[in-house]
Design a binder for this molecule. Structure first.
Ligand code: GDP
Ligand code: MG
Length: 163
């Protein structure tokens, strides 16, 4: 048995950086649903001795403000439905933004099982963001740095029961 983790959140929080860290080079494009899943990247993830499937929600970076909301909502909902659990990332240096609140709402309405990740929190960066993150009402924030590999042990312990 294994599980699927979807990495969700607004553009630029570090989703793809984490995806690449977990997957390495072995990534595949999912393209069975035109217009939606071509923006979902699926890969075989490895975290210490644990293997699982990871989904990156991409393709939101170039959309205009007008279309961002609807498109990210559909994409996020699709990823949530494919996944057993979601890792919702925010940027710990920026703190909670209005767009993060929209995402939190999408996840709550969808009934998603959520891990709240406060990324870019290497060193003491993101201390404030981690405290702010409690306001999203998604439980205890997990501090991490996708770029520097910090917080991967915490992520491991949270995901381990699913493996
Ligand atoms: P995405 O749009 O959510 O997929 O975000 P990306 O993975 O493309 O990352 C956006 C930017 O944030 C890039 O410049 C990354 O190098 C940077 N970034 C990602 N993770 C971290 C991190 O843990 N710490 C810092 N300082 N920067 C990060
Ligand atoms: Mg990305």
């Amino acid at each position: 048995m294994t599980f699927t983790l979807a990495i969700v959140g607004r553009p630029n929080v570090g989703k793809s950086t984490l995806f690449n860290r977990l997957v390495g080079r072995k990534l595949a494009l999912v393209d069975d649903q035109p217009g939606v899943t071509r923006d979902l990247r699926e890969g075989d993830a490895k975290l210490f001795d644990m293997r699982f499937t990871v989904i990156d929600t991409a393709g939101l970076e170039e959309v205009t403000d007008d279309s961002l909301q609807g498109r990210m909502r559909r994409l996020t909902e699709r990823a949530v439905d494919m996944a057993d659990i979601c890792l919702f990332l925010i940027d710990g240096r920026m703190g909670v933004t209005p767009t993060d609140e929209v995402f939190a709402d999408i996840l709550r309405r969808r009934g998603a099982k959520v891990i709240l990740g406060v990324n870019k929190a290497e060193g003491k960066a993101g201390d404030g963001g981690a405290i702010e993150a409690w306001s999203l009402g998604l439980g205890e924030p997990v501090r991490m740095s996708a770029e520097h590999g910090e917080g991967m042990d915490d992520l491991y312990h949270i995901l381990r029961p699913l493996a």
